[in-house]
Design a protein around this ligand. Structure first.
Ligand SMILES: CCCCCCCCCCCCCCCC(=O)SCCNC(=O)CCNC(=O)[C@H](O)C(C)(C)COP(=O)(O)OP(=O)(O)OC[C@H]1O[C@@H](n2cnc3c(N)ncnc32)[C@H](O)[C@@H]1OP(=O)(O)O
Length: 189
């Protein structure tokens, strides 16, 4: 069966200006927030995505599916897989632009079932930018960097001001995060 995938990016874009202080290829990127469901190390049932800077506008992330992530018995829940891609794509945008951005739109193609115990190797890449809109996409390979593609995702992230988080989020937690991230140059604009 053929799958019709719409044009991507859907608008004319400029190349994304990667920040001169973006982490070098090979740099391991720790959690951006310890309580983040996607990458935090203080969320017992979280996804605990681990990301590393790649070459040529890419970020490589890994996500191991556990029993806490099931939909059908022994298989990953599709919504959780989409969450893993949201995180991987957000890291691809955030660490390379070093600007706060949020997901405006996320679309996912599920190509193969993903069993509990398997690891997805997700490669996110920047596809272009139009004003505040950043287009980014990723493939998720099953169990190896060159394994079969189990999922594909495309997303629009929108660059926002810090006030997006202070207005709508938990101000105290944000102040704490901001103080602790002073020790993490990769988390500062
Ligand atoms: C600082 C250093 C960092 C260091 C490194 C950190 C690493 C960090 C890793 C993070 C990893 C986390 C990854 C998880 C990321 C989340 O999950 S974020 C949480 C989920 N997302 C949200 O909660 C966003 C909720 N939505 C909103 O707040 C607002 O709708 C938005 C997205 C900010 C846009 O609102 P706005 O700012 O008022 O802008 P608006 O004019 O509506 O839209 C801007 C443009 O985008 C377009 N647009 C917006 N939404 C859409 C859409 N759905 N479809 C198509 N076009 C759209 C608009 O049409 C408009 O286009 P133009 O008119 O400019 O051509």
């Amino acid at each position: 069966m053929s799958r019709n995938v719409p044009d991507w990016p859907p608008v004319d874009v400029e190349p994304v200006p990667v920040h001169p202080k973006a982490p070098q290829a090979g740099t391991k990127l720790g959690p951006h927030y310890s309580e983040c469901f996607g990458c935090g190390d203080e969320v017992p049932t979280g996804l605990r995505l681990q990301s590393t800077m790649g070459d040529e506008h890419t970020v490589h992330s890994q996500f191991t599916v556990t029993a806490a992530h099931q939909g059908a018995p022994g298989l990953a829940h599709g919504g959780l897989l989409a969450a893993a891609f949201d995180e991987a794509l957000g890291a691809t945008v955030g660490y390379q632009l070093r600007k706060p951005a949020v997901t405006g739109r996320l679309e996912t193609d599920f190509l193969r079932p993903v069993p509990v115990g398997s690891t997805l190797f997700i490669v996110g890449k920047l596809d272009g930018m139009a004003g505040r809109k950043v287009y980014v996409s990723a493939n998720g390979h099953l169990d190896a960097e060159d394994g079969p593609i189990a999922l594909r995702a495309r997303a629009l992230f929108v660059i926002v001001a810090v006030e997006h988080f202070t207005t709508h989020g938990d101000k105290d937690a944000i102040a704490k995060l901001s103080a602790s991230s002073q020790k993490r140059p990769d988390l500062n604009p």
